[in-house]
Write a protein that binds this ligand. Structure first.
Ligand code: FAD
Length: 412
């Protein structure tokens, strides 16, 4: 097997990997290798041909491919080496990577690694979808890939299960392509997707959204013929509310899972709240020199936030290589409390300002996110609307952290 050495290896050429690579180079890292298993860079953005990307980052509404292209051009201008059609198969705690491509296997010894592998969708199997499993059942992202990248229409009469953003966007996409979208059904009492997508993808096209309702049976032998839906109470169908809906297509938009098989294989410490790595305020994981960012760290609401976070992770990886980052003896831990589903970073040094990213457990209005150390207020952010679909960010100043040991983050 061929053996090579690199200062910084970035795994994944989506928006996170691209932004991390550009920022690392700008911070002075000369020897960077970006590895992507697909034949092109850009990650999942390549199939997101609708607009609305980049409003925060560029102040413009770009399509996914346009947004990605800005970064692809940047890393090309910066002369960053990329390996396409190459998959990282494993990583160990000494940052040795095994990669496979058409040329065979290569072992790479990396000074630092940035994990940017993105996430994948939950499937019918993952949610134990009841009934037969004929053709016509797709994850929303698979349908997006068929329609937008391969010009293959997936069906004519669709039902969407789950109100995640990709499902909402596909409800509109299918309608624009001439299909009839009967409805979106959501198990929870509130929508999982962003309010702007509910308005622009469902309300604007008169597609109904039923909350507290789910598909309780799938019908069809070779091809889907319909689904039975019912209201749900305490995860059980409410008797008498069942109804049959004929359809030939069922799209699932029931959650995303960070692709952390490589991280787990190297025994990176993981967090149950995010299904991503445990990181500090430099985005370094429990393995020194291994950083994580983007959707593999936690599922983001907007790609603009992915790019911003990944740029920091890339810059810190560069600083690590130059000896500019070391662990402090007594880090400050950060824990989610009342009303907060997760918060990251999970640990900070307290020696510099940082930004907390968090998600709440349920929608509410006119409440505040509090960050406390014991009884002492460290930060407070008042919000008009809090929603689990929207990531909340709170800036923390280092001068508020004197003698702090543990920060608790809650909604009050
Ligand atoms: C189907 C789908 C549709 C989406 N649509 C939208 C949308 O419309 N709007 C929006 O704001 N957000 C959308 N998102 C969220 C979107 O994923 C993020 O905003 C953003 O793309 C995340 O960037 P990333 O670089 O972390 O991940 P990705 O874009 O997923 O990129 C990860 C890259 O890593 C590569 N990779 C993974 N493992 C390996 C490996 N072992 N070796 C080599 N390469 C590897 C993958 O091939 C991929 O190219 C969507 C997500 C999905 C899954």
């Amino acid at each position: 097997m061929q053996e090579i050495k690199r200062d910084l290896v970035i795994i994944g050429g989506g928006p996170a990997g691209l932004a991390a690579a550009a920022a690392a180079r700008e911070a002075g890292c000369e020897d960077i290798l970006l590895i992507e298993r697909d034949r092109i860079l850009g990650g999942i953005l390549n199939q997101c041909i609708h607009d609305g990307f980049g409003l925060h980052r560029f102040g413009e509404a770009l399509t996914g491919p346009e947004y990605a292209q800005r970064y692809i051009d940047e890393i090309s201008d910066l002369g960053i080496e990329t390996l396409l059609g190459t998959i990282v198969l494993s990583m160990d705690r000494e940052r040795k990577l095994t990669v496979s491509s058409r040329k065979g296997y290569t072992r790479i010894h990396a000074g630092a690694v940035t994990l940017a592998m993105g996430c994948r969708e939950r499937t019918a199997g993952a949610i134990s979808l009841p009934g037969t499993h004929p053709s016509g059942i797709y994850t929303a992202g698979t349908a997006q890939n068929f329609i937008n990248l391969q010009n293959i229409m997936v069906g004519r009469r669709a039902v969407i299960l789950g109100s995640g953003d990709i499902g909402l966007i596909m409800a509109r996409r299918l309608t624009l392509e001439g299909a009839k979208v009967e409805a979106v059904f959501e198990l929870l009492p509130y929508a999982s997707g962003l309010p702007r997508n509910i308005q622009q993808c469902l309300n604007d096209y008169d597609i109904p959204l039923y909350l507290g309702t789910s598909v309780i049976e799938v019908h069809g032998k070779d091809r889907l013929t319909g689904v039975t839906v019912a209201e749900i109470n305490h995860f059980r169908p409410v008797p008498g509310t069942e109804r049959f809906l004929p359809c030939d297509t069922l799209l699932l938009s029931v959650g995303l899972i960070p692709e952390n098989e490589l991280s787990a294989g190297a025994s990176v410490k993981m967090e149950s709240g995010t299904s991503g790595a445990f990181v500090d305020d430099t985005f370094m994981t429990s393995i020194p020199g291994v950083f994580s960012c983007g959707n593999v760290l936690h599922v983001h609401d907007l790609v603009d936030h992915v790019s911003e976070e990944a740029a920091l992770a890339g810059e810190f990886a560069c600083r690590y290589l130059g000896g500019g980052i070391s662990r402090v003896d007594a880090p400050i831990s950060i824990e989610p409390k009342n009303g907060v589903r997760y918060v990251l970073p999970q640990q900070v040094s307290g020696t510099s300002d940082f930004t907390l990213s968090l998600r709440v457990t349920e929608p509410s209005r006119g409440r505040a996110v509090w960050v406390r150390e014991g009884d002492r207020k460290v930060a407070r952010k008042k919000l008009v609307r809090l929603h689990p679909a929207e990531m909340i960010r709170v800036k923390i100043k280092k001068d508020k952290l004197e003698n702090a040991r543990k920060l608790e983050v809650s909604v009050e």
